[in-house]
Design a protein around this ligand. Structure first.
Ligand SMILES: [Ca+2]
Ligand SMILES: [Ca+2]
Ligand SMILES: [Ca+2]
Length: 528
């Protein structure tokens, strides 16, 4: 191959092998203008996770494309259902109205055009076969760029999901790798992923314990890329920069972060931040222990001397406590116990907080979980530290068991849907109840800077009641079945509850005495 590409413009690349040569037209483009793009995200945002195939079908003509005929069937949970980028564009107004300021969408890479192992499709996007193309079910690269531009016009940032750990099992590299060491192993001979993340922190771990975590094939099926081969790392970093430059997105999610060597993330983040200083990355390190999760956040070197550079992480430990307390029977003090480990994180306010995602059963599918508890969980996620994320449909009390039942179609996203969660007039009583509550807390958070950036101080916690402050505000949550009288230190004057403005509480002598109703939250603000 003969090419020197140092300036923008059109080139012809001549590729020669011993079998002959071919000329390929190739364009080198500038990144999109930076103004209004590559913005990053922070605790000032409210994020919303969209599984593109399951949110809204804005373009029925791409439901069952000719190139990949037969992968579309709404009655099958593992098939494409028709949701697409146009469907997201069509409902940006809904998201804006809900108070959302950023969407995280599942990967848009081209996935396989035929059924994969076990009859699977790539509707979720996590099994790429082409890192430089948008799957035809979702739209085109132009449509993605349009979606990002229109999101920005609606005050909504975009976080794109990326898969750096593995390719799909049908990626052409599997049969014909660019280099012999492109993957860890082969379809016939490879390690199986064991998910033992803790071994990566263990200075005593043997290679036999650790190698499967870094080099094993996810689900014993997804070909594991070898990021210790410099050409693989170069390919993945160039591809990442290409997506950013070409679409104007604001952040990226790093799927399966612990299963990729930390040196890769350090290089990846350095390259991103060198080009786009405000851009932010979030890593998926799924573990229930803050000591393990915090190891992956950037801003500090680990015992291995590596700073991953990853801006944000998901707060899986807090997710576990939220399910255990609000949906379950554990004491609410467990929440305080988790955030009590925040000193382990270089930046604990850059943790993404959530009560469910596309890999967990829905909150309401926990045994005994109630609508009131769902609302309380939202109130907590929107008032504690961190960057809250809504999983699509949770704001409408959607039900769903483990994957794939948790990925049902958003009601109203398809033209022939009878139900319509997008339309306030067509919401059920229950949908309206939850949606209005979630939107109310979201908008309170949006107009109250202290709920986004104020210092978190834990005042008291017990079996059912948890009291903390964000800056000058006092948040009280009662997860129990009876009202509880609480005394909290507070400045003299009159306080009001932002969630129920009819409530006024006078404070004398620096102690607030307030009764928190059963299954309720209060956000008290000094008023006068
Ligand atoms: Ca479609
Ligand atoms: Ca495809
Ligand atoms: Ca790996």
């Amino acid at each position: 191959m003969d090419a020197k590409l140092q300036r923008t413009g059109s080139y012809n690349i001549k590729v020669s092998t011993h079998q002959g040569s071919a000329t390929i037209p190739f364009q080198v483009l500038d990144p999109l203008p930076a103004k209004g793009r590559f913005q990053g995200f922070s605790s000032n945002d409210l994020l919303y996770l969209i599984m593109t195939d399951r949110f809204a079908d804005g373009d029925p003509t791409n439901d069952d494309p000719a190139v990949s005929r037969g992968l579309f069937d709404r009655s099958k949970p593992g098939y494409y259902h028709g949701g697409d980028l146009q469907g997201i564009i069509d409902h940006l107004g809904y998201l804006h109205d809900l108070g959302v300021s950023g969407i995280w969408i599942t990967p848009v890479y081209d996935n396989a055009n035929t059924l994969g192992p076990g009859g699977s499709t790539g509707y979720h996007g996590y099994h790429p076969v082409d890192y430089y193309a948008v799957d035809e079910h979702f739209g085109t690269l132009d449509k993605l760029r349009e979606m990002v531009d229109k999101a920005h016009q609606n005050g909504i940032k975009v976080i794109l999901d990326t898969v750096m750990n593995h390719t799909g099992p049908m990626h052409p590299w599997v049969e014909d790798p660019p280099l012999d060491d492109w993957y860890h192993g082969t379809p016939e001979k490879h390690l199986n992923e064991t998910f033992q993340i803790w071994t990566l922190l263990d200075p005593h771990a043997s290679f036999t314990m650790r190698d499967p975590v870094l080099y094993g094939w996810f689900a014993n099926e997804l070909p594991d890329l070898n990021q210790e081969e410099p050409e693989v790392t170069t390919y993945l970093i160039q591809n990442t920069l290409w997506w950013i430059a070409n679409t104007g997105i604001d952040g990226m999610r790093a799927d399966a972060m612990p299963y990729v060597p930390r040196k890769f993330w350090s290089d990846w983040n350095a390259a991103i931040h060198r080009e786009y200083p405000d851009f932010k990355t979030v890593g998926e390190a799924w573990d229930g222990d803050p000591a393990i999760v915090s190891f992956f956040q950037g801003g500090a070197r680990g015992y291995d001397g590596i700073d991953t550079g990853m801006d944000a992480l998901y707060d899986f430990p807090l997710y576990g406590a939220i399910r255990g307390t609000f949906a379950g029977k554990k004491p609410i003090a467990d929440l305080a116990y988790v955030t009590g480990h925040d000193a382990l994180y270089p930046k604990s306010n850059d943790l993404l907080t959530f009560l469910g995602n596309h890999d967990t059963k829905r909150f309401l599918n926990e045994t005994g979980a109630t609508i009131d508890e769902l609302k309380l969980a939202f109130a907590y996620v929107f008032t504690t530290r961190g960057i809250p994320v809504i999983y699509y449909g949770d704001e409408l009390a959607m039900r769903g068991g483990d994957d794939p039942d948790n990925r049902k179609d958003f009601p109203g996203g398809w033209k022939d849907d009878v139900a319509d969660g997008f339309n306030p007039a067509k919401r059920t009583q229950e949908e309206r109840d939850v949606f209005d509550y979630v939107r109310n807390v979201a908008l309170i958070r949006q107009r109250t800077p202290e709920l986004r950036t104020g210092k978190l101080t834990q005042l008291g916690m017990g079996r059912d009641v948890y009291v903390f402050t964000r800056g000058s505000l006092i948040v009280l949550i009662n997860d129990g079945a009876v009202p509880v009288k609480v005394e909290a230190p507070a400045s003299p004057g009159t306080w009001k509850d932002l969630l129920d403005i009819s409530v006024n509480v006078p404070v004398h002598g620096n102690i607030m005495t307030v009764t928190v109703p059963a299954s309720a939250a209060m956000i008290m603000e000094p008023w006068k």
